[in-house]
Write a protein that binds this ligand. Structure first.
Ligand code: NAP
Length: 261
């Protein structure tokens, strides 16, 4: 399936977001997360914007030009998740949640090229952020969504998490953790379709985007396929604009193309 993005979005996108009220939570304030907050600040004046991030949140509060409240969050820590929920309880009901946190590499973590590079600690770290965190986030904030109004719970996945699309191999931990996230949020979507039928749960692939996460792997990417974070953010919000409860529990690319599991 491909969503009819272009015509619809050109006609409706701004007015749709302008009409949204409540709280918008962006989790993970890396390249795409920050760009989403900036874009939402421009197109959704009725939404109270909250960014939740592990590091530098006080600094971000000072530096960020837009009107955003930054809150501390470590997704791998249950007490941090419940602390975030306790603060959000005092804000208007959640209408839009986009989880942009993800982990591919770090000073002591590299995506595996071959089986001999796989190790238990890296698998656990990747699954903690890329797979368990989105579901535990949903659990922590479930009661904060409005029953009465439409809402989105979206989490960034990655095309490499598609099992049927895996033609290259490698990146065991990241691929498998994103695939596990997809399964968990698909399951969540089925539960919420019964309990919260006005909600739409989505897995989103942003396309290769020039951020810290992709920096070591951008060399072979054609320039027209390497998006700026700003462009990626706009495209992701365009996809969300056309998604409705009937679309819940699916995996979408930045261009509105549905991705096979
Ligand atoms: N960039 C791409 O080409 C690309 C392609 C496909 C999919 N994606 C996915 O898109 C999402 C956004 O990636 P990005 O490109 O914006 O990467 P990024 O700039 O590296 O941002 C990822 C953010 O995740 C946050 N994070 C990691 N562990 C966390 C934790 N335990 N608790 C809270 N936050 C945590 C980090 O926050 P701190 O600032 O607190 O460290 C970081 O800012 C990720 O899920 C990624 O897998 C990206």
């Amino acid at each position: 399936m491909r969503l009819q993005l272009r015509d619809f979005v050109a006609m409706n996108s701004d007015s749709i977001w302008r009409d949204w009220h409540g709280t918008a939570l962006v989790v993970g304030c890396g390249g795409i997360g920050q760009a989403l907050l900036k874009e939402l600040g421009e197109i959704a004046p009725g939404l109270l914007l909250v960014g939740a991030s592990r590091q530098d949140w006080r600094l971000r509060q000072k530096k960020f030009k837009g009107d955003v409240e930054f809150l501390p969050l470590d997704l791998t820590d249950d007490s941090s998740l419940s602390g975030l929920a306790a603060i959000l309880e005092k804000r208007p009901p959640l209408r839009l949640v986009i989880n942009t946190a993800g982990l591919l590499h770090g000073p002591d973590l590299q995506p595996e090229k071959r089986l001999s590079q796989v190790n238990r600690q890296a698998l656990e770290r990747s699954f903690a952020v890329n797979a368990f965190a989105p579901l535990l986030l949903a659990k922590a904030i479930e009661s904060l969504f409005s029953f009465a109004e439409p809402f989105h719970f979206a989490s960034l996945s990655a095309r490499v998490g598609s099992i049927s699309d895996n033609k290259l191999g490698g990146w065991y931990a990241y691929r498998a953790a994103k695939a596990a996230q997809n399964q968990m949020l698909r399951t969540l979507a089925l539960e919420w379709a019964r309990k919260r039928p006005r909600g739409c749960v989505s897995l989103l692939h942003p396309g290769t985007t020039a951020t810290a996460l992709s920096a070591p792997f951008q060399a072979g990417v054609p320039s027209d396929r390497l998006f700026s974070p700003e462009r990626a953010a706009k495209q992701l919000l365009d996809v969300l604009t056309v998604l409705e409860p009937q679309h819940t529990g699916q995996f979408w690319a930045w261009d509105g193309q549905q991705i096979a599991w």
